[in-house]
Design a protein around this ligand. Structure first.
Ligand SMILES: [Mn+2]
Length: 321
């Protein structure tokens, strides 16, 4: 972490990157790393090759994608919460072509290579950013504390997923001491049901499919157009699916572009969906992961179901033995 701080101090203009399908942790980390660079008198801009889900618009996210990216004007590139290089989208080449790269992350399965890589398997990457700022001795403000709190809370499912540790609670406590508005975050992420979500949920409930202990929905482009929605509107639905009694693994398969499906998985603690997602160019955490698959919808679905079934078998065997 001291090496990372040194490297930032030596730079003049920094570009920071998060992953596609950004979540609260990714946004929390981007806010924190931008704050740190600014506090060290660096010019800094944040980029994600994707739209930011409206779910997070209760915080000021206007600092992300605020200008056009021009690679020649930066001398340091930092990724946060990015495990798979493809999750950088069009910015993937930046990490292939440049030497001055740093990657800070908390995922176990990774393929993003950087000049400096800091990986610690904490429950959220925001906990690592909290540590980095603490080491820098820069005082956190209320806004960044709220962002980082959102990161910890979102990645731990409001401290309910089994990746939650004493460190997640410790960091959350420290962030609250620094003014983090935990009520605002937890209300917006875990309580609020927008009219739009309510209407969409009713329609999704009508197309739930089951295969033994797997519960899933497949959404095609027609559904997206008919209901005027985008992928990010489905945010939490995969969790809802897992909450049905008897479900071991849930997933959503959403046609993002013609013939390209984005996958989101959730599992009970006996099953590892990061492993399932690694078959589909993705990754994540044991209980929450994502990936993508392209081709004919029926064939794609069969492939996904086969992998999920294999993991359930695997988990069941481990638990019996
Ligand atoms: Mn994360």
């Amino acid at each position: 972490m001291r090496t990372i701080l040194k490297k930032i101090k030596k730079s003049t203009k920094v570009a920071v990157f998060g992953h596609q399908s950004p979540d609260g942790d990714c946004l929390g980390c981007l806010s924190a790393i931008s704050f740190l660079c600014k506090a060290l008198n660096k010019e800094v801009y944040a980029f994600i090759d994707d739209d930011i889900p409206t779910r997070y618009s209760f915080l000021d996210i206007s600092f992300i994608n605020s200008i056009e990216f021009n690679k020649d004007s930066y001398d340091l590139f930092i990724s946060v919460d990015v495990a798979d290089k493809h999750q950088l989208g069009k910015y993937e080449t930046v990490f292939n072509e440049n030497k001055n790269t740093i990657s800070i992350d908390h995922h176990s399965i990774r393929d993003l290579v950087s000049d400096i890589t800091y990986v610690d398997k904490t429950s959220s990457c925001s906990e690592l950013l909290y540590k980095l700022i603490t080491i820098s001795r820069i005082k956190l403000n209320k806004s960044v504390s709220t962002f980082l709190y959102m990161g910890v809370s979102d990645d731990t499912g409001c401290f309910m997923h089994d990746n939650t540790t004493s460190n997640s609670h410790y960091v959350a406590g420290k962030l609250i001491e620094n003014g983090a508005d935990y009520e605002l975050v937890n209300y917006n992420l875990f309580k609020l049901v927008t009219k739009r979500t309510y209407e969409l949920t009713k329609k999704l409930d009508a197309i739930i499919q089951e295969r033994e202990s797997i519960r899933f929905v497949v959404v095609d482009q027609k559904f997206m157009q008919d209901n005027n929605c985008q992928k990010s509107d489905f945010g939490d639905y995969v969790n809802t699916l897992l909450n049905f009694e008897g479900t071991k693994i849930s997933f959503t398969m959403i046609e993002k572009q013609q013939g390209i499906f984005s996958l989101s998985f959730r599992s009970l603690k006996e099953y590892d969906v990061a492993k399932v997602a690694s078959n589909f160019g993705g990754g994540g955490h044991k209980q929450a992961a994502g990936g993508r698959i392209g081709g004919n919808v029926k064939k794609c679905l069969e492939k996904v179901l086969n992998c999920v079934e294999a993991e359930i078998k695997n988990g069941d065997n481990v638990n019996v033995n």
